[in-house]
Design a binder for this molecule. Structure first.
Ligand SMILES: Cc1cc2nc3c(=O)[nH]c(=O)nc-3n(C[C@H](O)[C@H](O)[C@H](O)COP(=O)(O)OP(=O)(O)OC[C@H]3O[C@@H](n4cnc5c(N)ncnc54)[C@H](O)[C@@H]3O)c2cc1C
Length: 385
């Protein structure tokens, strides 16, 4: 097997590593503390072309692949998971379905500005009544003449209320074509009947934009249908498989941040007349973090590599998301431990990493759901959802 990156992948990685160190890292703690959406950083990422990595140049993209996107996410999440999830959700959950399922006109209208980072999209699947049980969606879309009428409420929607959000992709029950059929409708920001609620007060990802979104007889013209009617469930399963690999990459970045900060701190902090890194207990803790980061990255890049080659990758995506997110929470917990009391206050970044890590086990399919999907792929009985 060839584990080498291509020249293009390596040059993106270097570009984003430098950008993350110079622009993302110094601003991260401030945005987190103010719970402020990092608009200026997002604009700079747009200029660098990061929002267009996996899309063709004809739609304003970079013609890259999922491996490249994962490498970039890792570099950003090394310093700031809020910025990384903003990028991941915009590209993976919103722009990606428009690219895959949209008409030429929809791609020109929505994908192009998203790929250039001038506009952000959101994807609304989860509802207040539940996220894992996606078949229990209650939001409805009804075709009335040549307009869709949408009613319902969505919960925890990333990027739904930023100053540059252009559209929300809504998964809704399409009553017109049979029970349980889900259809995806693109609802532009500012459409009458669409209300973006107050931002959630989260324990982590505090600079990422997350709102409840409600639709009250919200009308858009018929050409806002994304892909085929009734195919919404299949569409978001596809988008979420890519998304899981990307969440894995974000997890690797956070875990690497914990590792690097721990090495730095353990080399400086003194106890009993020597650096704490001279104690075997901490050496082994940090060595275990290194093992976990390396193996999680392999799992993520394996899933991305398979996806880029058109091979089946859904189970590998679940494995990568599950493993890497648990590596992230473990590394964050251990990094705080290495920092002692200083890890428990906001003076060092590991406190923020600790708060940011937990959601990686929840978003884009909880880890219980990943285990269920993996068990199902193994053919175990009773794993139907
Ligand atoms: C910061 C943040 C951003 C988010 N962004 C988005 C977004 O942009 N778009 C979007 O649509 N959603 C988004 N979500 C929602 C996220 O995808 C859901 O939270 C997730 O899918 C879980 O759904 P839930 O929270 O309703 O938990 P529930 O489905 O209520 O689950 C609660 C618990 O029960 C477990 N559980 C449920 N069913 C089973 C089962 N069959 N077997 C075993 N265990 C089970 C779960 O694993 C979990 O531990 C976001 C969430 C957060 C926190």
């Amino acid at each position: 097997m060839d584990f080498d990156l291509t020249d293009e992948q390596r040059s993106f990685q270097t570009l984003v590593r430098e950008f993350a160190e110079e622009v993302v890292a110094p601003a991260a703690a401030g945005y987190d503390e103010r719970e402020e959406f990092p608009l200026e950083v997002v604009k700079r990422m747009g200029e660098l072309g990061l929002f267009g990595i996996p899309f063709p140049e004809e739609y304003g993209g970079q013609g890259g692949d999922l491996v490249t996107f994962c490498l970039c996410l890792e570099e950003i999440a090394r310093w700031d998971s809020s910025v990384a999830i903003t990028l991941e959700a915009a590209v993976g959950l919103a722009a990606n379905p428009i690219y895959r399922f949209g008409t030429e006109e929809q791609k020109r209208r929505w994908l192009e500005p998203m790929a250039r980072g001038e506009a952000l999209g959101a994807f609304a699947l989860t509802e207040p009544g539940g996220g894992s049980d996606a078949r229990a969606i209650r939001t409805t879309a009804r075709l009335d003449g040549d307009e869709w009428v949408i009613d319902g409420t969505k919960a925890f929607i990333t990027n739904s209320g930023t100053p540059i959000t252009s559209a929300i992709l809504v998964a809704a029950v399409d009553a017109g074509i049979g029970e349980g059929a889900v259809t995806t409708i693109v609802v532009p920001s500012g459409t009458p009947g669409l209300t973006v609620g107050a931002a959630y007060r989260k324990i982590g990802w505090r600079a990422s934009d997350t709102h409840e979104v409600s639709f009250d007889r919200c009308r858009v013209s018929a050409d806002h249908l994304l892909g085929e009617r009734g195919r919404g469930y299949a569409q978001f399963l596809e988008a979420l498989a890519d998304g899981r690999v990307a969440i894995g990459a974000l997890s690797v970045g956070l875990a690497r941040g914990c590792l690097e900060e721990s090495v730095k701190y353990a080399s400086q902090r003194q106890a009993f007349g020597k650096p704490i890194g001279a104690f075997e207990a901490l050496q082994f803790k940090i060595a275990d973090m290194k093992v976990a980061v390396e193996t999680a990255r392999l799992a993520v890049l394996n899933a991305a590599w398979r996806r880029d080659r058109g091979k089946p990758f859904a189970t590998e995506a679940s494995v990568a998301k599950l493993y890497a997110s648990e590596v992230a929470t473990t590394c964050a917990r251990e990094a705080v431990q290495v920092h002692g009391a200083y890890g428990y206050v906001e003076e060092f970044p590991v406190a923020r990493f600790y708060r940011d890590a937990k959601v990686l086990e929840i978003g884009e399919g909880t880890n219980e759901i990943q285990r269920l999907l993996i068990a199902r792929a193994l053919g175990l009985p009773g794993t139907e959802l």
